[in-house]
Design a protein around this ligand. Structure first.
Ligand code: AR6
Length: 171
């Protein structure tokens, strides 16, 4: 059984799901955009977990395309799954790395037994990925990789343009 894919326009930090995916950077120590919002609203426990990861298995940080989980702190979720999207490049095709973010995040979610997962449009903000292409890669990869126990994958889109781009790909 593959998961239901849903789209909502809104703020990812307000979702009630088992796992919220963070568009992080390799330091795992916070930033702007979704990352800033998650740490602000989730509180210091998330950063404490991230620091512990840096002090153990992730001494050099998290590589692009990979994913790792922490507590969700005060968010209305059980876990935050941090993934590092690629910075968009006109010279080099990094689509596989963007697809890997979705695939790896879903793999971690399955390992945690998560049934519902909320994603932002990874890399389409500060990292500059064109929204239409980011939506195409996101929907295609999630369609392939969202399997039991995951029952719902929710894309949380911040503005109307992002929502429309994802709606177009979902068909
Ligand atoms: N809820 C849902 N979507 C959001 C929210 C929110 N609260 N805030 C922004 N977006 P970005 P990236 C949208 O920049 O491109 C950070 O500094 C936003 O409009 O958060 O992967 C990290 O630490 C855009 O469409 O992530 C990294 O350094 C999408 O979410 C870097 O930014 C992703 O935008 C990662 O850049």
């Amino acid at each position: 059984m593959t998961a239901r894919i849903t789209l909502v326009r809104g703020d990812i930090t307000e979702q009630h799901v088992d796992a919220i995916v963070n568009a992080a950077n390799s330091s795992l120590l916070g930033g702007g955009g979704v990352d800033g919002a998650i740490h602000r609203k989730g509180g210091p426990e998330i950063l404490a977990d991230c620091r512990a990861l840096r002090a153990s298995h992730y001494g050099k940080g998290l590589s692009t395309g990979k994913a790792v989980a922490t507590t969700a702190g005060r968010l209305d979720a059980l876990h935050v799954i941090h993934t590092v999207g690629p910075v968009f490049s006109k010279e080099e095709d990094r689509s596989d790395l963007l697809a890997s973010c979705y695939r790896e995040s879903l793999r971690v979610a399955r390992e945690l037994g998560a049934e519902s997962v909320a994603f932002p449009a990874i890399s389409t903000g500060i990292y500059g990925w064109p929204m239409e292409d980011g939506a195409r890669i996101a929907i295609r990869t999630v369609r392939e990789a969202a399997i039991a126990p995951i029952a719902e994958v929710r894309f949380v889109l911040f503005d109307e343009r992002a929502y429309q781009a994802f709606a177009e790909q979902l068909g």
